[in-house]
Each structure stands twice: as C-alpha cells, then as structure tokens.
Unconditional design. Structure first.
Length: 238
C-alpha cells in the first residue's frame, strides 16, 4: 500500500527548485530547535545548506582570513532574514575546509563580540571527509532569537539588499547609525506605523529635529513612508 508524503514534503515538491533549496537551511535549523537547541550538523547538512548558492540567507568564505567581511554579512543577517555563515567553502561552492586551531576559535569569538547588542551564537566545526585536520565552520544567525535589531558590527550597521526577487543579496557598505537614528528605528520596530509627531513625542525630541533624522534614515534605506506626505506613517524595511 502506498502512502503519500507528509504535508511539508508535498508542499516542498510543488515549489520551484531554487525556492526548495533556499528553505533547506531554515529547515535544518528549525528541526534542531524542536529539541531546544540547534542540532549537531552533519557534513550532508552542510552540502544541503550551500546547495542554492550565496544570497540573502547564505554567506560562504574559503577561510577565516575573510572574517571581517564574513561578520559584516552576519550582522546583515541579524538585521534582515537571518542566515548561515559557512567557512571552508570556495566561491564556487566547493567544500574544501580549513585547518582550525585554538587561535582560529578565539578569533571567531573575538569578532562575534564586536556585534552589538551582544549575541550568543553556536559555532559548529565539522570534519571534511578525506581531508585530515580540515574542518568546515558553520554559524546560524536567527533574527527571531536575536530580536534587538538594528545590530552593528564594529560600530556599523549592515543589512542585505534583496534583488532579483530576493534570490541574490548584497551588503549596504556599512552605514553608521547615530544614537538618535537607532532610537527612531527601535521605536518604529516596537510600535510600527507611527508618524514623525508620534515618535517625537515618545522620544521627547523636537519634531523638526526628527524630520531630519527620518529623512536620513530613509536615504540610508532603513525606513520608508506609507500614505500622504503630510500624514503618512513610517515603517522599518530592513
């Protein structure tokens, strides 16, 4: 007697190929969360995670020699849709691994501490079959767990720009937010759909000052306005 697939399997089967692969990383992650923590990955999991190429939810680096660019991407994940950061993978998505020492692990920890507000991310090291002493390093950044956006890395905020329907992404180059800009973004996240006047009242700031702040945040791509020019409401778009 034949049995149909699970609802998840049937839904996945009806998705375009790229969309199916784009969901794999989140599938692996949330399967782990069922048990209260990110599950211990396997080498096969890594192969599935990188299968759909780099984009809005995946960043690969050949070695931790590129850790600064990698952490910019990690910060962007926290400010957008989340994603995987994987070291030991070439730009052409070949898994080569890298040699990992205590210094490597310390370097990763040091750079993670440059992300503010502070986060606690699981770092997993997986042996590469057939390559003694070579490992892949995988980190998942989940914005639903770390909900204190906007995050900064080394004093700058980053986010992913969606292009081509969200299949590809790029960093915004690192836009530094002032304290007032950060307060405005945080306020709009807490209470979406407010006017400049409402935010000014909540933050006890002059309306004219916040009008300039809102204009700068719009220019940087952090917020957008809906409705009329005079009475429109603002929302965060990261």
């Amino acid at each position: 007697m034949e049995h149909g697939g699970t609802p998840a399997e049937e839904n996945n089967a009806n998705q375009p190929e790229k969309q199916k692969y784009a969901n794999v990383g989140k599938f692996v992650y949330f399967c782990g969360k069922i048990y209260g923590a990110l599950k211990e990955l396997t080498f096969s999991d890594i192969q599935e995670i990188i299968r759909n190429d780099e984009g809005r939810t995946l960043e690969v680096k050949e070695t931790t020699g590129e850790i600064v660019k990698a952490m910019c991407a990690a910060c962007a994940f926290l400010n957008s849709d989340g994603g995987w950061l994987v070291f030991g993978v070439t730009p052409k998505l070949k898994i080569v691994g890298q040699q990992v020492t205590d210094n490597t692990k310390q370097e990763i920890a040091n750079h993670l501490r440059k992300i503010e507000p502070s986060i606690n991310v699981s770092v997993q090291y997986l042996d590469v079959p057939g390559k003694t002493d070579y490992q892949v390093i995988a980190l998942y950044f989940d914005p639903t767990t770390f909900s204190n956006a906007p995050y900064t890395y080394d004093g700058r905020a980053y986010y992913k720009l969606a292009t081509n329907g969200g299949l590809n992404g790029g960093l915004n180059g690192g836009l530094k937010l002032t304290e007032r800009e950060t307060q405005v973004v945080e306020r709009l996240r807490e209470v979406p759909g407010q006017t400049v006047e409402e935010v000014a009242l909540a933050l006890d700031n002059p309306k004219r000052t916040l009008e300039r702040t809102f204009a700068l945040l719009k220019q940087k791509g952090f917020i957008e306005k809906e409705g009329s020019r005079k009475n429109g409401i603002w929302k965060v778009i990261l």
